[in-house]
Design a protein around this ligand. Structure first.
Ligand SMILES: [Zn+2]
Length: 546
C-alpha cells in the first residue's frame, strides 16, 4: 500500500517518523513484535489453518488457528501473538491443554509439555475470541473495518500492514517466517460472502444461519497479505493467457458497481501484460488473481488485491505526478497489483526494509506508463513524483522493533531505481535484473542487502554507495562544477563519503554523455566548454561553484 496521499505523508512524518527519530524510545513490546525472539527462532512455520466466525452486529469474532511447524532446535516455549482486545482462550497440543503466560501487551508464551525434538513436525491449536481492534483509518491505521453498504448489508474488511496480523488472529507475527500454504475458513451470516486469499474450495451452509467459506492458499504468504472481506459480493471472472499459461481472474464487487467494474477492470490484463514483461510471470498462478472491492482505498493482499479507488483513474481521481500520465490508469489496480511481485513474491523480513516493497512498486507505475505510453511518458511520471519527496528522514527504518522508515520509500525510492537504470544504460540488461530478482528471490523473505548486492552484481555496476546515499541518508547529491579556461571541473558534494555515481550531462547543448564524478575535484579533458546541463533522469541537483 502507498502510505498515503501527500497530506497524510506530512502528518505521518511530523507525528511519527520525525518524532521517532528525535524522541521515540522503543519498548519491550516493540522488541517482542519486531525481533526473532528465542521463542520464535526454534521453529519453522509450515502451515496454518485459520478458522474465524464473524459476527457483524456485535463486531465480534471467534475462532482458532492451527499452527503446524517443524522443530529446528529443541525448545519448550512457543511465542504466539494476539493483540487486545482479542484474547487467547485456550491452547492445545495433541488434544492436551497447555498453560501460557503473557509477555507485554501482545505476546503469549506457551509452555509445551511434549518434548520438542529436532526435525519433528508438530502443531498447536490456539483458540481465541473478542472484539478486534477497529480500523481507524484503514489501511494505514488498520484492524477490522465494520461498515454497511448502500443497501444496509454488513460490509467487513481487514487490513493490517505494520500493525500486524495478530490484530485479528493469533499467529507468528513476524515477517521473516511465512507458512508454505494456508487454509482460511471464514464463517459469516448466510446472506453474505467471504472473499479471502487463494482459491475457494468449499462453501458450507450451516444449520445456524451461517455459511462457511473455505479458501486455500497454495503458496507461501506473509502475515499482512492475509485478509478476509465480508460483504454482499457479486462475482464475475475472466482468464488471462500469461507467461506461465492460463491465469484465472476473479472479481468480487458490490452489485451496484458491476457495470463500472466490468469497464474499469479491463486494466487488469493490461497490468499483467506490462508487469510480466518487466518482472516475469505473475508469482501466484496456482492461487489465481483476484480484485476485491472494499470500503477502504486498497491493499496488496496476496492473490486477492483489495480495491477501493471508486472506479476512477489516478489516485482517487488525482494524478500524483502532476504530469497527466497518472490519470491514464487506475492507481490502485496498478500499484497494489505491482506488489504481487515486490511485497508478496519478494517480501521484507523486517519492515525497516519496506523500500523493497514500496520503491519497486512506485517504480512499477513508471514502467507501466512506459509500457503503454512510451519511455518519455514513464520518465516524466517518475520525475513528476519528485515533488512529493521530503528528504527529512532516511528510507530505511530501525531494525528489530517493527519500525518502518520514511514515506520517501515511495517516490524517492522509485527515483533511485530510475536513476540506476540510467547508469546501467542498457534496458535489456536492466529488465533482466528486475526479472532476475523475482526469479532468484521467488517466494522468499529477504533483507535489503540481498537485493542491493543482487542489483549491483547483475547490472555490472557497483551501486553500494548509491544505495547507501539514497536509502540511508537524507541528502541529495549535488553535482558541483566550475568552468575554468574552457574546461569543466566537477565533483559530488552534499553526499556520503566516497560517493561515486556516474551522471549524464550535456555539454554546450550537445547530446548527453557520462561523466564520472567522485567527491574529489576532477577536470574533463574536453576543451571549449561554455555550459553544461544535467540529464534530469538522474535524481541529483546541480550547482555552479563560486
Ligand atoms: Zn504500496
Amino acid at each position: 500500500m502507498r502510505k498515503a496521499y501527500l497530506l497524510f505523508i506530512n502528518i505521518l512524518f511530523v507525528f511519527t517518523t520525525y518524532g521517532q527519530l528525535k524522541t521515540k524510545e522503543f519498548t519491550h513490546d516493540d522488541t517482542l513484535r519486531g525481533s526473532i525472539t528465542p521463542e520464535r527462532s526454534w521453529w519453522d512455520l509450515k502451515y496454518y489453518e485459520l478458522r474465524v466466525k464473524v459476527n457483524p452486529p456485535e463486531k465480534y469474532i471467534s475462532g482458532s488457528t492451527s499452527v503446524y511447524y517443524q522443530v529446528l532446535k529443541p525448545y519448550q516455549t512457543i511465542q504466539i501473538d494476539l493483540q487486545p482486545p482479542l484474547a487467547i482462550d485456550k491452547v492445545t497440543q495433541d488434544g492436551k491443554e497447555l498453560s501460557f503466560k503473557k509477555d507485554g501487551k501482545n505476546a503469549y508464551m506457551i509452555a509445551l509439555k511434549k518434548k520438542q525434538e529436532k526435525g519433528k513436525r508438530e502443531s498447536i491449536v490456539v483458540y481465541y475470541s473478542g472484539n478486534p481492534i477497529v480500523a481507524k483509518r484503514p489501511p494505514w491505521d488498520g484492524g477490522v473495518q465494520w461498515v454497511k453498504d448502500s443497501q444496509g448489508n454488513d460490509y467487513v474488511a481487514t487490513s493490517c500492514q505494520g500493525l500486524g496480523a495478530s490484530a485479528w488472529w493469533p499467529c507468528k507475527d513476524h515477517m521473516y517466517d511465512e507458512c508454505d500454504s494456508m487454509l482460511i475458513s471464514i464463517t459469516v451470516p448466510e446472506n453474505l460472502k467471504d472473499v479471502s486469499n487463494g482459491r475457494l474450495r468449499q462453501v458450507i451452509s450451516n444449520s445456524d444461519g451461517t455459511k462457511t467459506f473455505n479458501w486455500f492458499v497454495s503458496n507461501p504468504i506473509n502475515n499482512y497479505g492475509i485478509n478476509m472481506n465480508v460483504g454482499n459480493y457479486e462475482h464475475f471472472g475472466d482468464t488471462y493467457e500469461g507467461e506461465k499459461g492460463k491465469l484465472t481472474l476473479d472479481y468480487y464487487v458490490l452489485p451496484e458497481n458491476i457495470a463500472k467494474a466490468k469497464e474499469q477492470f479491463k486494466q487488469v490484463p493490461m497490468m499483467l501484460k506490462a508487469f510480466e514483461y518487466w518482472f516475469g510471470p505473475y508469482p501466484f498462478y496456482e492461487d489465481g488473481y483476484k480484485l476485491v472491492e472494499v470500503p477502504y482505498l486498497g491493499m496488496e493482499h496476496q492473490s486477492s488485491v483489495t480495491y477501493g479507488n471508486k472506479y476512477k483513474n489516478g489516485y482517487l481521481g488525482r494524478d500524483l505526478s502532476g504530469t497527466g500520465w497518472g490519470m491514464k490508469w487506475d492507481f490502485i489496480i496498478v500499484h497494489e497489483s505491482g506488489h504481487e511481485w515486490f511485497a508478496n513474491n519478494i517480501t521484507y523480513k523486517d519492515i525497516a526494509d519496506m523500500w523493497i516493497h514500496e520503491s519497486f512498486t512506485n517504480y512499477s507505475e513508471n514502467l507501466f506508463t512506459e509500457y503503454y505510453y512510451g519511455k518519455e511518458a514513464g520518465a516524466a511520471y517518475v520525475i513528476g513524483c519528485r515533488k512529493n519527496i521530503l528528504n527529512k528522514a532516511p528510507i530505511i527504518g530501525t531494525y528489530n522493533v517493527n519500525s518502518g522508515g520514511s514515506g520517501d520509500m515511495y517516490y524517492k525510492g522509485g527515483n533511485m531505481l530510475h536513476t540506476m537504470r540510467q547508469i546501467v544504460d542498457d534496458d535489456a540488461r536492466w529488465r533482466q535484473v528486475l526479472r532476475g530478482l523475482n526469479k532468484t528471490f521467488y517466494h522468499q523473505t529477504v533483507v535489503s542487502k540481498q537485493i542491493e548486492d543482487y542489483v549491483s552484481e547483475k547490472s555490472g555496476k557497483n551501486f553500494s554507495k548509491v544505495f547507501d546515499q539514497y536509502l540511508r541518508d537524507i541528502r541529495i547529491p549535488e553535482l558541483e562544477y566550475k568552468i575554468e579556461n574552457g574546461k569543466l571541473v566537477y565533483r559530488w558534494s552534499n553526499c556520503i563519503e566516497g560517493f561515486n555515481m556516474p551522471v549524464k550531462v550535456a555539454i554546450n547543448q550537445d547530446k548527453t554523455n557520462f561523466i564520472y564524478p567522485t567527491t574529489q575535484w576532477q577536470t574533463l579533458k574536453q576543451e571549449g566548454v561554455t555550459e553544461i546541463k544535467l540529464d534530469e533522469n538522474f535524481y541529483v541537483t546541480i550547482k555552479k561553484a563560486e
